[in-house]
Write a protein that binds this ligand. Sequence first.
Ligand SMILES: NC(=O)c1ccc[n+]([C@@H]2O[C@H](COP(=O)([O-])OP(=O)(O)OC[C@H]3O[C@@H](n4cnc5c(N)ncnc54)[C@H](O)[C@@H]3O)[C@@H](O)[C@H]2O)c1
Length: 269
Amino acid sequence: MELADKHVVVTGGAGGIGRALIRRFAAEGAGALVVADRALEPAQAIAREVDGLAIELDAGREESVRSLIAEASAANGPIDIFISNAGVPGAIGGPEADDDVWDEAWRVNVMAHVWASRALLPEMLGRGEGYLINTASAAGLLTQVSSLVYSVTKHAAVSLAEWLAIEYGDAGVRVSCICPQGVRTPMLDLAMEEPAGAAALTSGGLIEPEDVADAVVAGIAEERFLILPHENVSRFMALKGSDPERWLKGMRRLVREARASGGAGAQSS
Ligand SMILES: NC(=O)c1ccc[n+]([C@@H]2O[C@H](COP(=O)([O-])OP(=O)(O)OC[C@H]3O[C@@H](n4cnc5c(N)ncnc54)[C@H](O)[C@@H]3O)[C@@H](O)[C@H]2O)c1
């Protein structure tokens, strides 16, 4: 899809990857940009910069996602591209994370995408056109060893995007799923506190949010389903698919070595 003149909404648009997407879409000539975030002031600042509209959003509540879509559509007409990008890191560790942490991650990392597609699909299917883009993570393809909550919810986000792509791909609704590994944003800080998480995240090299924006613009142009800003992710997906036992063994070695050395290490195969 061409970005020129399109009405694009980005959730989590006030910072990190979302803000880089907004800036890049403005440079690509998008027609109307909506910056949706729970942090209203930074959302307003970036909206001013691109002559867009800032809308306060709690991506973890369906009524807030619905009212974002209604407000954006009332201001700019039908939404051409909706990027469900807001996400939360969950907690370091495993099943012991509090239910509140699980609940927030399910709502923001998974249900926000469900609610957006629920609200947008009737209009997009009626028009025979539209583009749903969900930011998941390489953690949804390969597992983020530092956080069970994050891995599980991002796997669900990938699965949801796959399902939508299969079900609606022939009806004119495009679907893409953005799956980066380590990107230098505030969200990275929590995962970097845990040695194995840091080793896994840095194994493909840390990239900037602007690099993700480059990959997303290229992915939109090709209407590619999986947008992988790190090239090593597809190699590890192939290994996981063809030899899951070897992949698990490699991941266990990565965790062992990273924890023994207090952080340094590389993702092994
Ligand atoms: N940084 C990474 O290494 C990395 C890697 C893979 C995937 N991701 C994913 O990319 C997306 C963007 O993350 P980022 O790295 O830019 O993080 P970030 O923390 O820099 O930005 C996240 C933005 O989302 C907003 N947000 C959080 N919860 C919200 C909510 N309930 N409602 C509305 N807005 C909310 C925040 O205010 C912030 O502006 C997330 O889905 C994240 O899981 C990040």
